[in-house]
Ligand binder design. Structure first.
Ligand code: IPM
Ligand code: MN
Length: 359
């Protein structure tokens, strides 16, 4: 019987509440399919930082490297200066575990309200492969004459051919595996960022021509992409893009699939330890109220199962979520709607876990 060791990082705000439901549903899947999971919880986040001054000790990073996978709630605390926890925990783990892919599906489930109301589950089903280790996120740059009227601030967009190639390879493979339109769209800004995206574009066509002749290649500028994601989301199958553009367009992706309540993501190191998380933040104002939507975190659990090779479990979990949406039991995905309709974080987790058992 397979056993998986999962590190839990509940984090800040509503993170612990949604992660609890995610783990509940994973356990339901495990019980049904006869595998087991061992979880170890770590309390890194704002509260611990405020109490002890410690963000993430080196020893914890080494410990986390020994798990099969990491399941994360949310990072970000209203009493901690922005950047300290985000950089010190989330980005540090992404970088040190070399999770060079950030995988973010954009998929509309039945009965989920999307602002682009004429598009349905058939039209909105694509995946964004966001490069997750380089670009503007590497912290290259600095200040000169800081604090003076002549201050200069520089933040550089740095990519190596190696980083670009390994990300493109993942994206091409995914387009093949999904077997939907077999189409990969490179999103960039070749008309302005003429160095970095020149490299991306050359690498994209070279690899496509040589190794993936079965995959159709397409290119779109990032600004136009935001338009098409709303106007013609059905044009997309797999999108591959750099770290910064990927960050921006996946918030838009989250909105067209119904909102942060349903948007999941994976920080993937195909050869190492990966980490799965809901895309939304820690929603501090809803902390402890049991009204935050756990579906994004539960769907991050689906991606986690798929990643560790429990594909059947991942399918069952997604079927349970689809059944839940099809029942039209939930009027909307926001905390406010959950509260007003008498649902709760835990109740949604209970129902999904129950569906998992019955499927
Ligand atoms: C995300 C977040 C992070 C990012 C922040 C919290 C550092 O916005 O996961 O998309 O920019 O990558
Ligand atoms: Mn983001």
């Amino acid at each position: 019987m397979a056993n998986y060791r999962i590190a839990l990082l509940p984090g800040d705000g509503t993170g612990p509440e949604v992660l609890r439901e995610g783990v509940k549903v994973l356990n339901a899947v495990a019980q049904k399919l006869g595998f087991t999971i061992d979880t170890v919880e770590y309390d890194f986040g704002g509260d611990r930082y405020l109490k002890t001054g410690e963000v993430l000790p080196d020893s914890a990073v080494d410990e986390l490297k020994k798990f099969d996978v990491i399941y994360l709630g949310a990072i970000g605390h209203p009493d901690v200066k922005p950047g300290i926890l985000e950089k010190g925990i989330l980005l540090r783990l992404r970088f040190e575990l070399d999770q060079y892919i950030n995988l973010r599906p954009v998929k509309l489930y039945p009965n989920v309200y999307t602002p682009i109301k004429d598009k349905g589950p058939k039209e909105i089903d694509f995946v964004v492969v966001r490069e997750n280790s380089g670009g503007l996120y590497t912290g290259c740059g600095g200040f000169q004459k800081k604090g003076t009227p002549h201050e200069v601030a520089i933040q550089e967009m740095v990519y190596t051919r190696f980083e670009v190639d390994r990300c493109l390879k993942y994206a091409f493979e995914l387009a093949r595996k999904r077997n939907k339109d077999k189409k990969l769209t490179l999103v960039g800004k070749t008309n302005v960022l003429t160095f970095v995206f020149d490299l991306w574009e050359r690498a994209f066509h070279e690899m496509g021509e040589k190794d993936y002749p079965d995959i159709t290649r397409d290119y779109a500028h990032v600004d136009a992409t935001t338009m098409w994601m709303v106007k013609n989301p059905e044009w997309f199958d797999v999108i591959v893009t750099d770290n910064m553009f990927g960050d921006i367009i996946t918030d838009l992706g989250a909105m067209i699939q119904g909102g942060m309540g349903v948007a999941a993501g994976g920080n993937i190191n195909p050869e190492g330890v990966s980490m799965f998380e809901p895309i939304g933040g820690s929603a501090p104002k809803y902390t402890g109220m049991n009204i935050i939507n756990p579906l994004a975190c539960i769907l991050a659990g689906q991606m986690l199962l798929d990643h560790i090779g429990e594909t059947k479990g991942a399918e069952i979990l997604e079927q349970a979520v689809i059944r839940f949406f099809e029942s039209k039991a939930l009027p909307g995905l926001s905390a406010k709607e959950i509260k007003e309709s008498g649902w709760s974080t835990t109740k949604i987790g209970d129902v999904i876990a129950d569906y998992v058992a019955k499927i």
